[in-house]
Design a protein around this ligand. Structure first.
Ligand code: GDP
Ligand code: ADP
Length: 221
């Protein structure tokens, strides 16, 4: 694999940062904040989905909106790294972009559910960092879904009903954040990302070269 550069200038492996949460807890908002912070150099994995497009969404930016026939064709051709049925629609991660970005030693951000997280972890465990976002209360979760005003009453009811099962998945994640104050949650995400990028396992080759050069230096200089 080609190596990227850490912010110390050392070569490192790219990581896969996965955010999951029940609908309305705030992962789309946090994802947007991460992507707007250009110096983080994160690339969003844009999923394909059979769900209808929301009015605020742009095809090719938030999702690639496809029909079930196209979805089945991608899945059967092996073009999806993982896929799942969520809230009655199909979602999947196209493999190509993810592999390209990781091969450059750069990091990929995923907004996928727990089923997809399990599949990605099974394939590439060492390069995956998983974060679960919880709402501060069920009352607030419901209020956020209503305030977002993007889904039909039926879709909101389905998301709330599914949230109880989804919330129970927190134990499978590396980190759990309660998204009460948005800025604080975002700051916590930045800390996690910074620490994970500095793991020895990801920087091994870069540090090995650095240390070789350190030891070649003349200590009297
Ligand atoms: N497994 C999997 N889940 C996905 C993918 N894309 C989105 N999801 C998840 O599908 C669920 C529904 O997403 P969405 O329809 O955008 O609704 P929202 O969670 O209410 O914003 C969320 O839990 C997403 O994280 C994907 O490619 N694979
Ligand atoms: N910490 C927060 N405090 C208050 N509102 C929030 C917070 N985080 C997100 N929201 C709002 O809640 C709604 C749902 O957030 P969103 O990011 O779409 O959730 P998800 O992607 O997890 O379904 C949006 O209207 C968003 O602006």
């Amino acid at each position: 694999m080609t190596r990227g550069r850490s912010d110390l200038g050392l070569a490192r492996r790219g990581l896969m940062l996965i955010l999951s949460s029940p609908s309305g807890a705030g992962k789309t908002t946090l994802t947007r904040m991460l992507l707007q912070t250009k110096e983080l150099d994160l690339t969003l994995s844009i999923s394909v989905t059979t769900r209808p497009r929301r009015s605020s969404e742009v095809d090719g930016i938030h999702y690639m909106f496809i029909d079930k026939k196209q979805f089945d064709a991608m899945r059967d051709a092996g073009d999806l790294l993982e896929w799942a049925e969520v809230h009655g629609n199909y979602y999947g991660t196209p493999r190509e972009l993810v592999e390209k970005v990781l091969a450059q030693g750069r990091d990929v951000l995923f907004d996928i559910d727990y089923q997809g997280t399990q599949q990605v972890k099974q394939r590439t465990a060492g390069d995956v960092v998983t974060i679960f976002i919880l709402p501060p209360s069920m009352k607030e979760l419901r209020a956020r879904l209503l305030r977002r005003a993007e889904d039909s009453p039926e879709a909101i009811a389905k998301r709330l009903a599914n949230s109880r099962n989804e919330i129970g998945r927190w134990k499978d994640y590396d980190y759990v954040l309660v998204n009460d104050d948005l800025q604080r949650t975002f700051d916590d995400l930045l800390v996690i990302l910074a620490a994970e990028r500095r793991r020895t396992s990801r920087m091994r080759d870069g540090i090995a070269n650095f240390v070789d050069n350190l030891l070649k230096e003349d200590s009297d200089d």
